[in-house]
Design a protein around this ligand. Structure first.
Ligand code: GUN
Length: 299
């Protein structure tokens, strides 16, 4: 049997249509246009492509976006001053600092300056902590996109064995926490895991985010597993591949995400969802403040 493809491009397109409608409604009913500020330091070519894609996606659904390009020579304090300014700007609903930052930066300090309520990447400690105890304002975009894909395909994770390969702060760790929140039994593996296959063969749901082409081969996958490949690797030939041997794995899995066209389109889409949610929260908070002011006026 060959696995069913999970078409991330199609799911993302449907989600973006919903985003467009929500942005229109916010404009019409509240006079609010959601706004995203994207900060990039230096000129990493991959980051430049990601940033351009994010700006285009915003434009596509009617979100205002502004890019702040800082030279490689900028100091951590320069970036923090910019974030402080954007933090105080009521027209900015989301602030995103594209990673990686220059090596000598203290990333935690920079990301910690973004207030949790404008942290549409979901990297702030408050948002990360919320994944453990509940109450996250914004879930991080890639694992959020994976959960949305599973939901769209009608795949329940409750009580199932989920194995996450890769323990990064951006994908692996929050992915594991989200699966746990949804009552899966979760194992987290990483580059140093001894005999990776002994874990992966147990997975009903296998999420791979290790950044290593062909890490997962067919025999490492349980028959009828759901395989979500988050990897994006450029081979010397120029071909874009995930972390799975697609041919081999798709012969054993029941569902699989392709690369490209699987998780990738969902990541940017969930950034749009978070930004719109942020604008809607701010508008609701302003309305509530206005209502209590007018009540006070009536006393
Ligand atoms: N670099 C690679 N992935 C991401 C992401 O999801 N957000 C940000 N800000 N930077 C990244």
């Amino acid at each position: 049997m060959t696995a069913r493809l999970i078409d991330g491009k199609a799911v993302a397109a449907a989600e973006r249509q919903k985003c467009r409608e929500r942005v229109e409604a916010l404009k019409r009913e509240q006079g609010v246009t959601p706004g995203l500020a994207v900060i990039m330091v230096g000129s990493n070519p991959a980051s430049a492509v990601y940033v351009r894609n994010k700006m285009r996606a915003c434009e596509d659904v009617g979100i205002r976006s502004e890019r702040f390009l800082l030279p490689e020579t900028s100091t951590e304090d320069d970036v923090i001053r910019l974030i402080e300014r954007l933090k105080a700007d009521p027209d900015v609903d989301g602030i995103l600092v594209q990673l990686p930052l220059p090596k000598h930066y203290n990333i935690e300090r920079v990301l910690g300056t973004i207030p949790a309520e404008k942290d549409v990447d979901g990297f702030h400690l408050y948002n990360v902590g919320g994944l453990v105890v509940g109450g996250t304002v914004f879930p991080p975009c890639t694992p959020y996109g994976v959960m949305r894909l599973l939901e769209h395909e009608g795949i329940s994770v409750i009580g199932r064995n989920a194995v996450v390969v890769g323990a990064s702060n951006i994908v692996g760790k929050p992915m594991a926490l989200m699966l746990m929140q949804h009552e899966a039994t979760v194992s987290v593996c990483h580059a140093k895991t001894r005999d990776l296959a002994q874990y992966t063969v147990l997975a009903d749901i296998l999420v791979v985010a290790a950044g290593c082409p062909n890490l997962i081969t067919g025999p490492m996958v349980r028959k009828d597993a759901v395989v979500i490949d988050v990897g994006i690797n450029r081979l010397p030939s120029g071909e874009l591949v995930g972390d799975c041997d697609f041919e081999g794995v798709s012969k054993r899995a029941s569902f699989i995400t392709p690369v490209p066209g699987g998780v990738g389109p969902m990541t940017v889409t969930m950034l749009l969802v978070n930004t719109i949610n942020s604008a809607a929260r701010s508008a609701a908070a302003r309305d509530a403040a206005g209502a209590s002011k007018s009540l006070l006026g009536a006393v």
